[in-house]
Design a protein around this ligand. Sequence first.
Ligand code: 3PG
Length: 392
Amino acid sequence: VIKMADVDLTGKRVLIREDLNVPVKNGKVTSDARLKAAIPTIELALKKGGKVMVCSHLGRPEEGVYADEFSMAPVVDYLNTALSVPVRLVKDYLDGVEVNTGEVVVFENVRFNKGEGKNDETLSKKLAALCDVFVMDAFGTAHRAQATTHGVAKFAPVACAGPLLAAELDALAAALKNPKRPLVAIVGGSKVSTKLTVLESLSGIVDQLIVGGGIANTFIAAQGYQVGKSLVETDLIPEAKRLMAQAKANGGSIPVPTDVVTGKAFAEDTPATTKSVADISSDDMVFDIGPDSSAALVDILKNAGTIVWNGPVGVFEFASFEQGTKALALAIAESKAFSIAGGGDTLAAIDKYELADKISYISTGGGAFLEFLEGKTLPAVEILEQRAKTTA
Ligand code: 3PG
C-alpha cells in the first residue's frame, strides 16, 4: 500500500479516517487509548502542510438520523485540549467544507449519513470529492467495508495508509507471518462459538494455544470432566477435541487447565475454592484457572519468542478470580518475547495491572484484531492494496 508518510500533502485537502469510537459518559470521553493512538497521524498530516479533515464513527446510531448521544462533540473537546491547533466540529460537510491549514476539522459521526454501512456509492463519491488525499488510519474499523473505510478509498484521487494502520499491520505481521518461535497465543473470553475461527486458525500456526475463561471450560469438558454450572458449550466439545488433535498434528499443543478456582454464584463475594478439574462438583462455576495451571502457563510464556494475547483467562474484575489473568499478564510483561495484545477486555486487564508500556504492541482493534487473527483479509486494507497497484 501507499503510505501517508510518502505522500506530498502540502496544500492538499487531506481526509483522514480514524477509529475515534471511544466510550463516552456524561459528555466526556472515558477511555482515550484510541484518541492517543490517532493523534500522531493528525499531527504528521498538519506538519506535512495538509488541510486536515478527520472523520470517524462513534457507537452504533440509527443510520441517517442525528442523535446527540452519538455526537463527536466529546471527542472534539478532547482533541482541542490535546492538539496545539484549533479543532472544529462540522455537522454538514457532504456538499463541501472550508478547511484552512493550521486547523483540524472533524466531521460529525459518519454513521449519521445514510448509506455509510452499506458502502453506498453515491455517498462514497461525495466523500471522495471532499479531498485530494484519503488516508485510511482506522485499523479498528478496517474489517468493515463501509463508505468511509472502503468506498471513499475507491474514488479518492489518492488513497493511502496512515501511520497507525501501517504500524498495526506491521506488528500483526511480525507476530503471525514470520514469528520468532515458540509462538504462543492466549485466547480467553466467554465463548468458543465467538472465537471458533480464531482458535481454528491459530491452532494451525502456534506452538502453544492457551485457552482460558469460558472457552477453557469447553476444553475441560472435552477431556471428560464435569464443569458443573459453569459456562460451557457442550455442542462444541467435538470441535474442542478436533482443535486439540489439529494442534498436536502441527507439532503444537493446547494446554488445558488442570486446576481451577470455583464459586457457587457469579458474584464478587462468592467464596472461592481452588480445586483439581477432577473435583469440580455439579453446583460449581469455574471462574479462573488454578495456581498449578497458571505456573505451567507462566513457564510456557517465559520461553516464548512471540506472544499474541486476546481475552482474559478468568473473571479478573473480581479479586478472588483475578490470579490467573494477573499472573499471565505479568509473565507477558516480563518476557523478552515480542508481545501483541488486543481486544477490550484484554486492554482493561493490561490497564488494571498498569502494564501498558511493557507490552510490545497494543492494538486499537477489537473486532478487526480478531478478524486478522482469523486470517481474514481486511476489506479496508484490500482496497488500499488495489489502489496502490493501479496508481503504480
Ligand atoms: C470497534 O469498536 O470494534 C470498532 O470501532 C468497530 O465498531 P463497530 O463494531 O460498531 O463497527
